[in-house]
Design a protein around this ligand. Sequence first.
Ligand code: 4AZ
Length: 256
Amino acid sequence: IVGGTVATVESHPWVAAIFWRSKSKTKVFRCGGSLISSCWVITAAHCFPEGSQTRLRRLSVTLGKNALNESDPTAEQTFRVEQIFIHEGFNNSLQNYNNDISLLKLKEKDGKCTEETNWVKPVCLPPPLQSLQPGFTCEIAGYGKEKFGLWYLSQYLREARVNFIADDVCRQEEYYGNKVNNNMFCAARPDWSQDACQSDSGGPLVCKFHNRFFLFGIISWGDGCAKEMKPGVYTRVTNYNQWIEEKTSLPFTTAR
Ligand code: 4AZ
């Protein structure tokens, strides 16, 4: 996160940290994610370049994490991954980030996955095709870089505010032209001071309605970070309600 502030996980209790156990047994941070129900975390597809060959036993997911390199047993809940679904339409050999969405099923421990606490709580999914007004302010959070090209990640969870940008604006040549399709949307600070950055990907863009947070975007890509006319690009979650229901067999979009 560029230009944001340190956040507590209590204010983003759905934030997931996805780790990969390297050959030398160290846990390497891979991506952010969001808890959408007790056993399911949603993230970006490009977090798994190995695709269907991803070795699940190397993955772990921690919820309730404030500091990336310290553990807090009171707040944190860590799980292995039982199943991974990478969107069938994701094909990054084209480097186009279309359908940049995936789901991780957490492996139960003693018959359950996450337990709701002050630090761990799922986010709501917005109704299908629910749109946002240009200029509407939402929040992003992650453990990613505070500046593009730095060699280290943030030590703490950080948050920033970005505004939804109209599709026709983001498709102008000076922005991203036809690189942005309907499965994506753009968001940025009007003064370009805050943005997601490297290793924030997979993490949440949430917007507040009627005092609840809804997951509208998954941090996906961008040209650099906090660069003028180069907004962050997010997976448009409202295009995927049916896909999510299909994979998780959970009804997310019935009346609430
Ligand atoms: C990345 O590499 C990345 N400024 C994520 C978001 C943005 C740029 C890069 C948006 O994970």
